[in-house]
Design a protein around this ligand. Structure first.
Ligand SMILES: [Zn+2]
Ligand SMILES: [Zn+2]
Length: 261
Protein backbone atom coordinates (compact mmCIF):
# COMPACT_ATOMS: atom_id res chain seq x y z
CA UNK A 1 0.00 0.00 0.00
CA UNK A 2 1.38 3.39 -0.99
CA UNK A 3 0.28 6.24 1.27
CA UNK A 4 -1.81 8.71 -0.81
CA UNK A 5 0.11 11.96 -1.18
CA UNK A 6 0.44 15.03 -3.39
CA UNK A 7 3.71 16.94 -3.55
CA UNK A 8 2.92 19.27 -6.47
CA UNK A 9 0.14 21.84 -6.06
CA UNK A 10 -0.41 25.47 -7.05
CA UNK A 11 -2.30 28.22 -5.23
CA UNK A 12 -4.34 31.31 -6.02
CA UNK A 13 -1.59 33.59 -4.65
CA UNK A 14 0.73 33.34 -7.66
CA UNK A 15 -2.26 33.69 -10.03
CA UNK A 16 -1.22 30.64 -12.08
CA UNK A 17 -3.85 28.53 -10.32
CA UNK A 18 -7.44 29.80 -10.17
CA UNK A 19 -9.33 31.18 -7.18
CA UNK A 20 -10.52 27.73 -6.07
CA UNK A 21 -6.96 27.06 -4.86
CA UNK A 22 -6.92 28.67 -1.43
CA UNK A 23 -5.02 26.87 1.31
CA UNK A 24 -8.13 25.98 3.39
CA UNK A 25 -10.00 24.70 0.30
CA UNK A 26 -7.01 22.62 -0.80
CA UNK A 27 -6.70 21.05 2.63
CA UNK A 28 -10.43 20.22 2.68
CA UNK A 29 -10.19 18.67 -0.80
CA UNK A 30 -7.11 16.65 0.17
CA UNK A 31 -9.00 15.30 3.19
CA UNK A 32 -11.98 14.39 1.01
CA UNK A 33 -9.66 12.51 -1.39
CA UNK A 34 -7.88 10.62 1.42
CA UNK A 35 -4.56 12.36 0.74
CA UNK A 36 -2.40 11.95 3.87
CA UNK A 37 0.58 14.11 2.88
CA UNK A 38 0.35 17.40 0.99
CA UNK A 39 3.07 19.65 -0.40
CA UNK A 40 2.40 23.20 -1.58
CA UNK A 41 4.73 24.07 -4.50
CA UNK A 42 3.86 27.30 -6.20
CA UNK A 43 6.04 28.75 -8.96
CA UNK A 44 9.09 30.84 -8.19
CA UNK A 45 10.14 32.18 -11.59
CA UNK A 46 11.86 35.24 -10.14
CA UNK A 47 12.99 36.06 -6.61
CA UNK A 48 10.68 39.11 -6.68
CA UNK A 49 7.76 36.73 -6.19
CA UNK A 50 8.93 35.69 -2.72
CA UNK A 51 6.45 37.99 -0.87
CA UNK A 52 3.55 36.10 -2.50
CA UNK A 53 4.98 32.87 -1.10
CA UNK A 54 5.03 34.45 2.36
CA UNK A 55 1.23 34.68 2.14
CA UNK A 56 1.04 30.96 1.38
CA UNK A 57 3.19 30.17 4.40
CA UNK A 58 1.13 32.44 6.66
CA UNK A 59 -2.07 30.67 5.61
CA UNK A 60 -0.45 27.30 6.24
CA UNK A 61 0.64 28.34 9.72
CA UNK A 62 -2.89 29.53 10.48
CA UNK A 63 -4.26 25.99 9.97
CA UNK A 64 -5.20 24.08 13.10
CA UNK A 65 -5.35 20.29 13.13
CA UNK A 66 -5.66 19.95 9.34
CA UNK A 67 -5.96 16.15 9.57
CA UNK A 68 -3.04 15.55 7.19
CA UNK A 69 0.66 16.41 7.17
CA UNK A 70 1.55 19.50 5.11
CA UNK A 71 4.93 20.69 3.84
CA UNK A 72 5.88 24.07 2.36
CA UNK A 73 7.74 23.77 -0.95
CA UNK A 74 8.35 25.56 -4.22
CA UNK A 75 8.43 24.78 -7.98
CA UNK A 76 11.43 26.04 -9.94
CA UNK A 77 11.84 26.76 -13.63
CA UNK A 78 14.97 27.40 -15.69
CA UNK A 79 15.72 31.05 -16.40
CA UNK A 80 16.73 30.09 -19.94
CA UNK A 81 18.16 27.24 -21.97
CA UNK A 82 20.89 25.60 -19.85
CA UNK A 83 20.33 28.40 -17.33
CA UNK A 84 19.97 28.40 -13.56
CA UNK A 85 16.90 28.38 -11.38
CA UNK A 86 15.80 31.63 -9.67
CA UNK A 87 16.71 30.01 -6.37
CA UNK A 88 19.55 29.69 -3.90
CA UNK A 89 20.28 28.71 -0.30
CA UNK A 90 19.52 32.23 0.93
CA UNK A 91 16.03 32.22 -0.59
CA UNK A 92 15.44 28.74 0.78
CA UNK A 93 16.53 29.67 4.29
CA UNK A 94 14.79 33.06 4.31
CA UNK A 95 11.48 31.50 3.32
CA UNK A 96 11.88 28.19 5.13
CA UNK A 97 11.12 26.12 2.06
CA UNK A 98 11.21 22.46 3.06
CA UNK A 99 11.67 21.09 -0.44
CA UNK A 100 11.87 22.12 -4.07
CA UNK A 101 10.51 20.53 -7.21
CA UNK A 102 11.86 21.73 -10.53
CA UNK A 103 12.07 21.21 -14.23
CA UNK A 104 11.90 22.44 -17.77
CA UNK A 105 8.78 24.32 -19.00
CA UNK A 106 9.45 24.97 -22.70
CA UNK A 107 11.24 23.48 -25.67
CA UNK A 108 13.91 26.23 -25.93
CA UNK A 109 13.87 25.49 -29.67
CA UNK A 110 13.25 27.95 -32.51
CA UNK A 111 12.61 25.35 -35.18
CA UNK A 112 10.91 21.97 -35.13
CA UNK A 113 13.43 19.18 -34.73
CA UNK A 114 11.98 16.39 -32.62
CA UNK A 115 15.34 14.84 -31.78
CA UNK A 116 16.68 18.18 -30.65
CA UNK A 117 13.53 18.95 -28.62
CA UNK A 118 13.91 15.62 -26.78
CA UNK A 119 17.65 16.10 -26.30
CA UNK A 120 17.06 19.52 -24.70
CA UNK A 121 14.46 18.02 -22.35
CA UNK A 122 16.77 15.17 -21.36
CA UNK A 123 19.69 17.50 -20.68
CA UNK A 124 17.51 19.68 -18.41
CA UNK A 125 16.11 16.64 -16.59
CA UNK A 126 19.65 15.56 -15.74
CA UNK A 127 20.66 19.12 -14.74
CA UNK A 128 17.63 19.27 -12.43
CA UNK A 129 18.64 16.00 -10.76
CA UNK A 130 22.20 17.28 -10.31
CA UNK A 131 21.06 20.51 -8.62
CA UNK A 132 21.50 19.81 -4.89
CA UNK A 133 18.68 22.24 -3.99
CA UNK A 134 16.06 20.28 -5.96
CA UNK A 135 14.37 17.18 -4.56
CA UNK A 136 12.04 16.23 -7.42
CA UNK A 137 12.35 16.48 -11.22
CA UNK A 138 8.89 17.41 -12.42
CA UNK A 139 6.70 16.21 -15.30
CA UNK A 140 9.25 14.57 -17.67
CA UNK A 141 8.23 15.15 -21.32
CA UNK A 142 5.30 17.44 -20.55
CA UNK A 143 5.02 20.16 -23.18
CA UNK A 144 2.72 23.16 -23.45
CA UNK A 145 0.35 22.54 -26.36
CA UNK A 146 0.17 26.30 -26.98
CA UNK A 147 3.89 26.50 -27.75
CA UNK A 148 3.51 23.83 -30.45
CA UNK A 149 0.28 25.26 -31.87
CA UNK A 150 1.65 28.80 -32.12
CA UNK A 151 4.46 27.57 -34.34
CA UNK A 152 2.40 25.04 -36.27
CA UNK A 153 4.59 22.19 -35.06
CA UNK A 154 3.34 18.58 -35.00
CA UNK A 155 2.18 17.83 -31.46
CA UNK A 156 4.29 15.61 -29.18
CA UNK A 157 1.88 12.69 -29.41
CA UNK A 158 3.93 9.84 -27.95
CA UNK A 159 6.65 9.35 -25.38
CA UNK A 160 7.84 6.47 -27.56
CA UNK A 161 9.85 9.12 -29.40
CA UNK A 162 12.12 9.18 -26.33
CA UNK A 163 15.02 6.70 -26.59
CA UNK A 164 14.99 4.06 -23.85
CA UNK A 165 18.60 5.00 -23.05
CA UNK A 166 17.31 8.42 -21.91
CA UNK A 167 14.75 6.83 -19.59
CA UNK A 168 17.47 4.65 -18.10
CA UNK A 169 19.95 7.51 -17.74
CA UNK A 170 17.34 9.68 -16.02
CA UNK A 171 16.62 6.88 -13.55
CA UNK A 172 20.31 6.26 -12.92
CA UNK A 173 21.16 9.93 -12.35
CA UNK A 174 18.04 10.37 -10.19
CA UNK A 175 19.13 7.41 -8.09
CA UNK A 176 22.74 8.61 -7.78
CA UNK A 177 21.70 12.13 -6.77
CA UNK A 178 18.81 11.08 -4.53
CA UNK A 179 16.32 12.97 -6.69
CA UNK A 180 12.77 11.66 -7.11
CA UNK A 181 11.22 11.47 -10.59
CA UNK A 182 7.70 12.86 -10.63
CA UNK A 183 4.59 10.96 -11.68
CA UNK A 184 2.44 13.98 -12.57
CA UNK A 185 -1.34 13.54 -12.62
CA UNK A 186 -2.42 16.64 -14.55
CA UNK A 187 0.45 17.39 -16.92
CA UNK A 188 1.36 13.89 -18.04
CA UNK A 189 -1.42 11.44 -17.16
CA UNK A 190 -4.72 13.34 -17.40
CA UNK A 191 -3.78 15.90 -20.03
CA UNK A 192 -6.60 16.37 -22.52
CA UNK A 193 -4.08 17.36 -25.21
CA UNK A 194 -2.75 13.80 -25.28
CA UNK A 195 -4.15 11.25 -27.75
CA UNK A 196 -5.74 7.94 -26.75
CA UNK A 197 -3.02 5.49 -25.81
CA UNK A 198 -0.59 8.16 -24.65
CA UNK A 199 -0.88 7.14 -20.99
CA UNK A 200 -0.15 3.44 -21.59
CA UNK A 201 3.03 4.43 -23.41
CA UNK A 202 3.90 6.88 -20.65
CA UNK A 203 3.46 4.13 -18.06
CA UNK A 204 5.90 1.97 -20.07
CA UNK A 205 8.32 4.91 -20.07
CA UNK A 206 8.01 5.29 -16.28
CA UNK A 207 8.52 1.54 -15.85
CA UNK A 208 11.82 1.85 -17.76
CA UNK A 209 12.88 4.72 -15.48
CA UNK A 210 11.81 2.65 -12.45
CA UNK A 211 13.91 -0.34 -13.54
CA UNK A 212 16.98 1.59 -12.34
CA UNK A 213 15.73 1.56 -8.73
CA UNK A 214 15.20 5.33 -8.36
CA UNK A 215 12.45 6.87 -6.25
CA UNK A 216 9.34 8.68 -7.51
CA UNK A 217 7.21 11.56 -6.30
CA UNK A 218 3.43 11.76 -6.71
CA UNK A 219 1.90 15.08 -7.67
CA UNK A 220 -1.37 16.39 -9.06
CA UNK A 221 0.09 19.69 -10.36
CA UNK A 222 -3.45 20.97 -9.77
CA UNK A 223 -4.25 24.55 -10.78
CA UNK A 224 -7.96 23.98 -10.05
CA UNK A 225 -9.39 22.25 -6.98
CA UNK A 226 -11.11 19.59 -9.10
CA UNK A 227 -7.74 18.50 -10.50
CA UNK A 228 -6.33 17.53 -7.10
CA UNK A 229 -7.89 14.09 -7.60
CA UNK A 230 -5.25 13.43 -10.30
CA UNK A 231 -2.78 12.75 -7.46
CA UNK A 232 -4.72 9.50 -7.07
CA UNK A 233 -4.21 8.75 -10.78
CA UNK A 234 -0.47 9.18 -10.15
CA UNK A 235 -0.80 6.78 -7.22
CA UNK A 236 -2.53 4.19 -9.45
CA UNK A 237 0.30 4.46 -11.96
CA UNK A 238 2.90 4.04 -9.19
CA UNK A 239 1.18 0.79 -8.25
CA UNK A 240 0.93 -0.24 -11.90
CA UNK A 241 4.70 0.00 -12.34
CA UNK A 242 5.21 -2.03 -9.16
CA UNK A 243 6.43 0.68 -6.79
CA UNK A 244 6.20 0.10 -3.06
CA UNK A 245 5.82 2.80 -0.41
CA UNK A 246 9.59 2.94 0.23
CA UNK A 247 10.16 3.95 -3.43
CA UNK A 248 7.79 6.91 -3.16
CA UNK A 249 9.31 10.17 -1.95
CA UNK A 250 8.37 12.20 1.13
CA UNK A 251 10.43 15.10 2.56
CA UNK A 252 12.92 14.02 5.21
CA UNK A 253 12.00 16.76 7.66
CA UNK A 254 8.80 16.87 9.71
CA UNK A 255 5.82 18.69 8.13
CA UNK A 256 5.45 22.44 8.64
CA UNK A 257 1.87 21.74 9.71
CA UNK A 258 1.38 18.28 11.25
CA UNK A 259 -1.93 16.44 11.01
CA UNK A 260 -2.61 17.25 14.64
CA UNK A 261 -0.90 20.03 16.57
ZN1 LIG B 1 5.78 22.67 -13.91
ZN1 LIG C 1 3.43 22.86 -11.42
Amino acid sequence: MITPRDFHTHTVYLKCANDTMTIPAMVAKAQELGIRQLGITDHLNTLEKLPLHEQIKADLLALENPGLDIWFGVELNFLGCDGDFAYNEQARDKMGYQFAVGGIHGTYCDTYDLKNIIDVQHRHHLATCRNPLVNVVVHPYWFGKGEFDRQDWPWFDSVRHVPEAYALELGQVAKETGTAVEINGSANLENESNPVGYVDEYVDYLAAVASTGCTFSLGSDAHDINRMRTALTALDVAERIGLTDDRVWTPKMPPLVPAKS
